[in-house]
Design a protein around this ligand. Structure first.
Ligand code: ATR
Length: 277
């Protein structure tokens, strides 16, 4: 194991299937930065120990994946404003004076993928955000930064959506509702963008959406990627959504932003995304 080289890793459980090493190596090659990037499996109750050990062995930074993003938020000594808002951390930078800087590039990655790769304009658009868990929270700040007309957060458990809407409405028009709410069942002009942040797709399910709620030219986006079947994206197809996207682009874009946090260079993502597809 190299100790003096720029050493980075993704930590998670499970972490075996992570695409991050492949993506970061492509960025390193493209930019000519010498670094190694490995997978670090941590036991569920040994996250802090695993991070400290990696740092002691010369680690310069890490990506954090499920289920450790909230623990990473707790462990960081210094938080970026976007990590503070997301209450989750997916990037660590170990500073020279021994501090852990925690950042969150997930929401940035989503917005960047939408705008840059899918040429989506978010300003003045009506957005339906499905789910009110950690993933939804991470998306809200960066989406609201783009001045959408409104964001409706729909969730099975209404009070979780309500809590998120209460917290984020200082940044723009956000409201909460259940899936049986008139607002979701029969929106006046349809939604320009529907983002599925729920974990329903993993279970082969999707939130109970009505038909004909996508506006002309509308986009349907699922944060999940790599699933053999995705009922939400199938539904989007049957509803003739203009653009249908999984979360692979978001994964690559959040990785590029992590790379920027570590090295101050923004790699080109298009070629990497095309390579993965
Ligand atoms: P994450 O951190 O990935 O967001 P989470 O915090 O566990 O994970 O949140 C999962 C989200 O998926 C929640 O909004 C959950 O709805 P509830 O808050 O009502 O539990 C949603 N979810 C999971 N399975 C779902 C399903 N089958 N249908 C609709 N929503 C689902």
């Amino acid at each position: 194991m190299p100790t003096s080289l720029n050493r980075y890793a993704v930590i998670g459980n499970p972490v075996e299937h992570s695409l991050s090493p492949q993506i970061q190596r492509m960025f390193a090659e493209q930019t000519g930065i010498a670094m190694t990037y490995e997978k670090c499996h941590a036991e569920l109750d040994k996250f802090t120990e695993a991070v400290q050990q990696f740092r002691k062995q010369g680690g310069k930074g890490m990506n954090i994946t499920l289920p450790f993003k909230e623990q990473a938020f707790e462990l960081a000594d210094i938080l970026s404003p976007r990590a503070e808002l997301a209450r989750a951390v997916n990037v660590f930078l170990f500073t020279e004076n021994g501090k852990i800087l925690g950042d969150n590039t997930d929401g940035f990655g989503l917005v960047r993928d939408l705008q840059h790769n899918h040429h989506c304009v978010l300003e003045d658009k009506a957005i339906l955000l499905l789910g009110a868990g950690g993933s939804a929270r991470g998306c809200l700040g960066p989406l609201l930064d783009e001045y959408p007309r409104e964001i409706i957060i729909a969730n099975r458990t209404l009070k979780k959506a309500q809590a998120l809407a209460d917290e984020f409405q200082r940044f723009g028009s956000v409201r909460a509702c259940g899936y049986d709410d008139e607002y979701v069942l029969d929106p006046e002009d349809g939604f320009d963008l529907i983002i599925n942040t729920t974990s329903a797709s993993i279970q082969g399910e999707m939130p109970p959406l009505a038909n004909h709620i996508i506006a002309d030219g509308g986009i349907c986006y699922d944060l999940m990627y790599g699933l053999s079947e995705n009922p939400f994206l199938d539904w989007a197809d049957s509803e003739s959504a203009d653009i249908i996207a999984d979360g692979l682009g978001m994964l690559v874009e959040q990785a590029a932003e992590s790379f920027h946090v570590w090295h101050g260079i923004r790699p080109d993502t298009g070629s990497v995304l095309a390579g993965l597809r």
